[in-house]
Design a protein around this ligand. Structure first.
Ligand SMILES: [Zn+2]
Length: 285
């Protein structure tokens, strides 16, 4: 058990399974200097996701968790997804040119968010280039190093790796969160970037297991998976990555952020899914 830095938690495991939670962090750094209400900012968190999976390290899963909040730096973005309109000087490094990525940045959802999911501006100031670079060094780099290290260790030890990128989502899509504002979300969304980050047979197994437990499950809509599943997967070489979104209404009050009594039964469902995945040799699918 070791923490790579104070802003990232990494618990190495012994199984092929790697779980990471990039958005559940609640340690708001003193140098964040945001201008909106903290209560508004907190809606950006995947609050309590780390608690939902707290049983998994004891079962042998590798576990990585961001302590820093998603609104400070979104670890599920590439470092090129820079919103230059936030900066007080030109960005010295590469900037993304992919139109899909640029539309996310325009929504205020780049590496460093400009607005909340409700479109509320986060800052009342411009950010210094050095400030953004420091966030990348202190948050993005150690987080990605831990995920890469865990997946490599799982793969070397077992000949395959199975990475679940753990998230939660609001019951209804917010105005500035996705391309489908106001849409009512399913209970779970399983994402493999249209079969490019995991063997679709594995994604099917996850969907069917959750459906068998009585949940409504969507596949690759409206969330397909982003940088963390894209960057570390290679299904043809037995490195599988799936993004799993859980509807927050299943375990918390979205206004107060308090856990609801249903938390325990959802956790039991997740435990059965993790136990199934630990028994699944993805090379045989
Ligand atoms: Zn998330």
């Amino acid at each position: 058990m070791k923490a790579m830095t104070s802003l990232v938690r990494y618990l190495p495991g012994a199984s092929p399974l790697v779980l990471d939670s990039p958005h559940s962090g609640t340690h708001y750094p003193a140098d964040f200097l945001y201008a909106c209400d903290l209560s508004v900012l907190r809606h950006a968190e995947d609050t309590h996701v780390e608690k939902l999976y707290d049983f998994a390290p004891a079962l042998g899963a590798h576990w990585i968790e961001a302590y820093f909040p998603r609104s400070y730096l979104d670890a599920n973005r590439n470092t090129t997804e820079i919103d230059v309109s936030l900066l007080d000087a030109p960005w010295p490094d590469a900037i993304a040119t992919d139109p899909k990525v640029l539309s996310k940045v325009r929504l205020g959802k780049g590496l460093i968010w400009r607005t909340t999911d409700e479109g509320v501006p986060i800052y009342g100031r411009k950010l210094a280039v050095a400030e953004v670079q420091a966030r990348i060094k202190q948050c993005w780099e150690p987080y990605h190093a831990a995920v890469a290290q865990a997946i490599d260790a799982a793969y070397l030890q077992h000949g395959y790796s199975l990475h679940i990128n753990c998230h939660s989502m609001p019951a209804f899509a917010s105005s500035h969160a996705t391309d489908f504002p106001g849409e009512e979300h399913a209970d779970f969304v399983v994402g493999d970037r249209d079969g490019s980050t995991a063997n679709p047979a594995l994604s099917r197994l996850v969907c069917q297991h959750l459906e068998g437990l009585g949940y409504r499950v969507a596949y690759n809509h409206p969330y397909k998976g982003v940088e963390l599943v894209r960057r570390y997967s290679k299904p043809t070489e037995q490195r599988q990555s799936i993004q799993l979104e859980i509807n927050r209404k299943l375990y918390m009050n979205e206004e107060t952020l308090a856990m609801t009594p249903n938390f325990k039964s959802l956790q039991a469902s997740l435990r059965s899914l993790i136990e199934l995945l630990l028994k699944t040799d993805t090379r045989r699918l």
